[in-house]
Each structure stands twice: as C-alpha cells, then as structure tokens.
Design a protein around this ligand. Structure first.
Ligand SMILES: [Zn+2]
Length: 358
C-alpha cells in the first residue's frame, strides 16, 4: 500500500541562524528526491517545523496524515536525548524531533522514544533524508468504523478479555512508562487535549495487546488507555472484526449502548499476523527490550501499514512464528504466542524499560 497524495512538503516557522543552511540543504535534498516544496499547502505530506528553545510553536495539522518533524538547533549534542528532546516533541506536537548541532550532526527522537544520531560527514543530507522519507511515505491506518453488532454474550467480555485484563495489570506493574515525565506538567490544557488526539497517530503509550477470539476476529486494547484496567468492552478492549482495504479502516464490533474508544493504532499489524498464522492466539507489543534479541531497523512509526508489513515479514521468518519475538530497533518488541499467558511467562522479569538505541 502506497500513499496516493502528492509528495508535498513545507516549512513552518523560521529557522534559527544555525539551522538556515541545514534547512536549505535538506530542502534541496527532498526536491532532488522527487518532493515538491509549497508555501502553506492545505494538506502537506510532511512539515518541517522550526522551533527554538524558547518557542516550540506547534504546526496545527489540518489533515491527520500530515507528519510533522520539528527541528531545533542545539549548541551541543544532547547527552540525554530522551530527557532533553522529549519535552519539545510534545510541546511542538510533532511526530518526530530532530536536533541539529552545526558541525556535529543531527539527533533524532521519535514519539516511541527511539533516538539515533546521524553525524555530519559524507552524504549527510542524504542520510538525514533516508531517515525521514520512510516516515513521510508510510500510510497510517487510523480510521475506525464502529458497528454496534457485538453479540450480547460478549458485552461483558469472555475468557480472552479476562486474560488481557490480567496481562495489562502485569504490564502496568512492570512500569513501562509511556513518557519519561508526566506530560500534564509541561503542557497547558489546550495542548494536552491536542496531544490526546495525537494518540491516534502513535506514541505516548507503552504498547498494546490482543487475543484471538475466533478464526477472523480478535480483542485488542484501545488507544492510549490505562493498561492496568482493561475491563470495559468497547472502551478498554475492542473486538476487531476486519480491515477494510478500500476505506483503509479497522472495523470494530461494539455493544450498542457504549460510546466507543478508538482501537490501538497497531490493530493493522495484529490483523496481518492473525490472518497469516492460525497458531498465533495472542500478541503483545511493548516499548521495552529484552537481552539477546536481534533487532531490525524499521524507520516506520507505530500505526503504519508499512511497519505492520515489516513486522509480519519478520514473524514469517522466525524459527517458530507462533512464538516469535521481533525486535524493532529504537522502538520495542512484538511478541506472539499460543496464548496471552504463554507470552507473559516468556517475558516475565525479562523486560528492560530502556530500548537500546543506535
Ligand atoms: Zn510501538
């Protein structure tokens, strides 16, 4: 699946002195690779948003599918990138942050808390472009269609949803924090509301979990919910019925009286895996790590069709796809199992809250 919109990008705000050359070179590199620059377009694919230490002004998206990357000049390379850069990614409501230190290089930070460095040197701008382009080209599967057709006997859940409830409690106990600080302390309420809407486009959550219901359907955690209390059907846990390729939407069955929440953005990934592997009955995705796991670099954010395909491909190649652990470099783990409890047993006590970065 490819994006059908034109590869339009734009700048927002104005670059500080040290960012001017960086911005111009990057602009030329994007154009050389087929992108079209426009001033103030209606629905650009990509926005490069210039911010400064005192002014992390957000770009207000008019289209959900617009990716915003904020650029910040720093005199020194960050020593603790997550701590130093994460407040800006949130304040500037971005999908990604790049800090640039003239003469040294660019440091990237994603909403999933992954971070990595591109040092200045040969082909610097091509390398920066190669980090950004896959994100700008990926297709988010974030539309939900709710059908009030859930069977009454499932309105209170079933054995599978109770297993997910127990698993959610475990994940919460293991303290896999969604962000390195309480977000509400650095954002005014209006921005906080906007960030909450942004939950739908990835990040600020520490993962998701699901369990197969039957051949075609599975239960999955809602987007941005408290994992320690996955109890209400249609609000904390949703039954995924299908993926509608035409509409690029996830189809959910909910009880008729419930105002439903959106399903986790990774529903598309779980959908692909369940469809392909009848022996997989549960999937857990965490923004955490385990020792001894091979990792693959995917430059795609959570919730994109491309990330889902890349993970599905890794699971296909695993020695046992029904019990696979796939490492997503700078991001986290996706783990399959014959049951929720089987996965929990395999990861109990082994998760490291810090994902190794490179
Ligand atoms: Zn993720």
């Amino acid at each position: 699946m490819q994006r059908k919109d034109a590869a339009v990008f734009t700048f927002n705000g104005s670059p500080t002195a040290g960012l001017r050359e960086f911005a111009e070179e990057l602009k030329q590199t994007f154009i050389k690779n087929g992108y079209v620059y426009q001033d103030n377009p209606e629905a650009p694919r990509l926005v490069l948003n210039f911010i400064s230490r005192d002014n992390a002004k957000p770009y207000r998206r008019r289209a959900k599918a617009t990716f915003v990357i904020s650029l910040l000049e720093l005199e020194e390379m960050p020593t603790e990138p997550v701590k130093e850069l994460y407040p800006y990614i949130v304040r500037a409501l971005s999908n990604m942050m790049v800090s640039y230190t003239p003469g040294k290089g660019a440091h990237f930070l994603t909403l999933e808390l992954g971070h990595y460095l591109e040092p200045e040197g040969p082909a610097f701008y091509e390398r920066v472009y190669a980090r950004i382009n896959p994100i700008a080209c990926s297709v988010l599967v974030i539309d939900n269609v709710f059908e009030p057709t859930l069977e009454p006997e499932l309105w209170q859940g079933d054995e599978q949803t109770r297993a997910l409830y127990r698993a959610g409690r475990k994940l919460a106990e293991w303290d896999l924090l969604p962000a390195p600080f309480p977000i509400e302390t650095i954002l005014p309420p209006e921005d906080l509301r906007h960030v909450k809407r942004l939950y739908g486009i990835g990040g600020l959550s520490y993962g998701n979990l699901s369990a197969r219901k039957d051949e075609r359907r599975y239960w999955m955690s809602a987007s941005g919910v408290d994992k320690s209390n996955l109890s209400e059907i249609g609000r904390d846990l949703l039954l995924v019925k299908d993926y509608d390729e035409e509409k690029n939407a996830i189809i959910l069955q909910v009880p008729p009286e419930v105002v439903p929440k959106r399903v986790s953005v990774d529903a598309i990934e779980h959908w692909m895996i369940y469809r392909e592997h009848p022996g997989v009955n549960a999937i857990i995705h965490v923004h955490a790590w385990m020792d001894g796991i091979d990792s693959t670099q995917f430059n795609y954010p959570c919730g994109t069709y491309q990330l889902a395909e890349a993970v599905a491909e890794k699971i296909r190649r695993a020695p046992d796809p029904n019990r696979a652990i796939v490492g997503l470099k700078n991001h986290g783990l996706t783990i399959t199992g014959p049951s929720v409890d089987d996965i929990l047993e395999r990861i109990d006590g082994k998760l490291l809250p810090q994902v190794p970065m490179s």
